[in-house]
Design a protein around this ligand. Sequence first.
Ligand SMILES: [Zn+2]
Length: 220
Amino acid sequence: MSKNIIIFFGPPGSGKGTQAEMLERKTDWKKISTGDLFRSEIAAGTKFGKSADKYLKAGKLVPDKITVKLVEQGLKQKASGFIFDGFPRNKKQLSQLLDLFKKVLKKNDRVYAIEVAVGDKEVKQRLSQRRMCACGRVYHLFYNPPINKGVCDICGGKLFIRNDDKPKVIINRLKIYHHDGEPILDYWRKQGKLIKINGEQPIRKIHEEIMGKLKELKLI
Ligand SMILES: [Zn+2]
């Protein structure tokens, strides 16, 4: 049995995480998200978990070496496919992932990248409308507004704008996304393995398009 690997890619606010989850529910593929891997290793108190925890607690990025090791472990799970969300983020991580694929994948295994494409203008619009509550609930003033303005539906807390969603920070996040991400997209494009989806559509529509492309390619 050959395996399928799908790598989701898209700017902040593109909804690629939601799409990765929807695809996971429709298939028996397993999602590999570095954030989830860190959390579960930390909870299990493993060697990698402990060292990842040190970096995260210090507010630092976990070194690629640890991340790649965790991804390698993730790929050892029994599944007919894997869905990547949030990794690789830059060229260096991509080349480490390709090395890992060489080591663990078989000839018939198939790898595709899905770009959930959303323009900068739309990203800025989406993120600037996002509001948070201290209880963890996330709102969007347009798509998912609270019942009472500025107040959380669940706990009545006062809503605020996450630091990451402030205009200056959004511009910087987009700059990093383009700078680090373009070489990755280029790579998959040249391999003929890039599936580009218009991310400026309703969530369900994006999901249907993704499923349609995967069926066309006989991956599902
Ligand atoms: Zn709340």
